[in-house]
Design a binder for this molecule. Structure first.
Ligand code: FUL
Length: 496
């Protein structure tokens, strides 16, 4: 009822249509619903990951935890330059590996000596977390933290004392560096390591050791706006692969199950179900697609020629953000403490492509008619699909689960991308849609899609021209409530 009232408040004109009120009250929300923090997270769409630590200098992907802190010497480290390149790619936020599995902290923590404070880099005064969070704020990117639960340096790892240290590290990060938009808990947990010189293997019980509910309550207390990511949420789920590809469909709803069928926890989840989520799952737990621009997560000299091309990044964008997930693209700084020129070039081209493609919605001026409009109320008119406003939407009567909308452009329009968004404040309601184009007197099938949720992009194999398009909601679990239908033309030089 609360969300019904807020929708009413955001639908001016509706209350004036008093006699029609009963028929045109907002649709009842369906199924699991996103929280405010999840809605803000959905809006980000693409964010960047920075994997940077001692590994950058040792050439490893997983540091053992026995590194000399002096090895961390990014002599030309320039946080503004790094952030600038990410902004050029259209990234709205950035998550830094403040501590990876090696336990080396990129900020001068009071919890361990394995940190920048013990490095001669900037005479022990360096703080990569401070510099990157400040640079991000200057460029209006949000800042997030990756803090590895597994710590191969800490002698206490495996005992309760370490959990206290881990929470103190989180507390330092969540209280000293401004607003945090996402807290990233990796699922890789336990194994061999340095552990203060013990050099042994430590196995932990993934389900009980970390007592995640207590840690997550701490995150909520210190940064209520931060979305918490792990294999199982509670706000954002891992997509189940590190290739950056969401399932098709990719439902925002999901009920995680442990790998062996029991309770799920970070590091213990039935990964094969993560890409698609669960239709009608009881939790709103959208997917995040983490992927590196290079083969490895950390910078390696011999991977400079293996940076993903702009065409590959664009393809990943359609297979992640285009399926309603968020893309978290890793771009690792090099030993200078800068992004490599090859990576920067790919980021710029990726950003240019998206700016060129999505800056003009070619359906914005279309005349729109629908087979059904809820209560015939203007608040739910089909024209809301093309008004560019996130909060307005087209809706049908409660019993109408299949409906169609015709977009008349008055003249031929050439495009190759279609974008749709559901009004997800009312849940994920639509199961499938089809789009047809009017071609010399008949409707011709053009494309189909399943899950829509916060965003669905359909990239056609080649550009299509049409004077009219028809959207058919072919199946829905509750009357559709769709915010957007937009069409775009890719730049002529776009490579696939
Ligand atoms: C994994 C880690 O083991 C990798 O090193 C990397 O940080 C990736 C994002 O998550 O679980």
């Amino acid at each position: 009822m609360i969300s019904r009232r807020s929708i009413l408040a955001s639908a001016p004109g509706m209350l004036a249509a008093w006699p029609a009120l009963a028929a045109s009250a907002a649709p009842a929300p369906y199924g699991a619903l996103p929280t405010g923090r999840q809605l803000r997270w959905h809006d980000l769409e693409t964010t960047a990951f920075l994997h940077f630590t001692v590994n950058t200098f040792t050439g490893k992907e997983w540091g053992y935890g026995d590194e000399d802190p002096n090895i961390f010497q990014p002599a030309k480290f320039d946080a503004d330059a790094i952030i600038e390149a990410l902004a050029a790619a259209g990234m709205r936020g950035v998550i830094l590996t403040c501590k990876h599995h090696d336990g080396f902290c990129l900020w001068p923590t009071k919890t361990t000596d394995h940190s920048v404070r013990e490095s001669s880099w900037r005479s022990g005064q360096g703080d990569a977390v401070r510099d990157l969070s400040a640079a991000a704020a200057r460029r209006k990117l949000l800042f997030g933290v990756y803090v590895s639960p597994w710590d191969r340096n800490n002698p206490t790892y495996g005992s309760p004392a370490y959990i206290d240290i881990y929470r103190r590290q989180l507390t330092e990060l969540l209280t000293g560096y401004g607003p945090i938009f996402e807290v990233w808990h990796d699922g890789a947990n336990g194994g061999d390591g340095f552990y203060g010189g013990a050099r042994d293997k430590r196995t932990i019980d993934k389900r009980s050791y970390y007592d995640w509910p207590t840690t997550w309550a701490l995150v909520r207390k210190l940064q209520p706006g931060a979305a918490i990511f792990s294999d199982v949420g509670p706000d954002v789920r891992w997509v189940g692969n590190e290739r950056g590809i969401a399932g098709d469909p990719c439902w925002a709803t999901y009920d995680p199950v442990g790998a062996n069928g029991g309770l799920a926890s970070p590091g213990d989840v039935r990964e094969r179900e993560s890409p698609t989520g669960h239709r009608h799952g009881t939790h709103w737990l959208p997917a995040e697609c983490d992927v590196s621009i290079r083969p490895g997560w950390f910078w390696h000299q011999n991977e400079n020629a293996r940076v993903k091309t702009p065409a590959q990044l664009t393809d990943l964008y359609y297979k992640s953000a285009g399926r309603g997930a968020n893309l978290l693209l890793n771009v690792p700084p090099n030993r200078d403490g800068l992004l490599q020129s090859e990576d920067i070039a790919a980021l710029h081209a990726f950003g240019d492509y998206r700016r060129a493609t999505f800056s003009r919605d070619l359906a914005a001026k279309a005349k729109v008619t629908a087979s059904n409009v809820r209560g015939n109320a203007p608040a739910y008119a089909a024209a809301n699909l093309v008004d560019g406003r996130a909060n307005s939407f087209w809706a049908t009567g409660d019993a109408v689960l299949a409906a169609e909308v015709v977009f008349d452009f008055a003249q031929p329009v050439t495009f190759s991308v279609i974008r749709m968004r559901e009004q997800i404040r009312l849940g994920q309601r639509i199961d499938s849609v089809a789009v047809d184009r009017w071609n010399t007197g008949t409707w011709e099938p053009l494309a189909t899609a399943t899950s829509i949720g916060p965003r669905r992009l359909i990239r056609l194999d080649k550009a299509a021209t049409a004077e009219r398009l028809r959207l058919r909601v072919t199946q829905a679990s509750a009357s559709p409530a769709l915010s957007e239908f937009a069409v775009f033309a890719e730049p002529g030089d776009a490579v696939r």
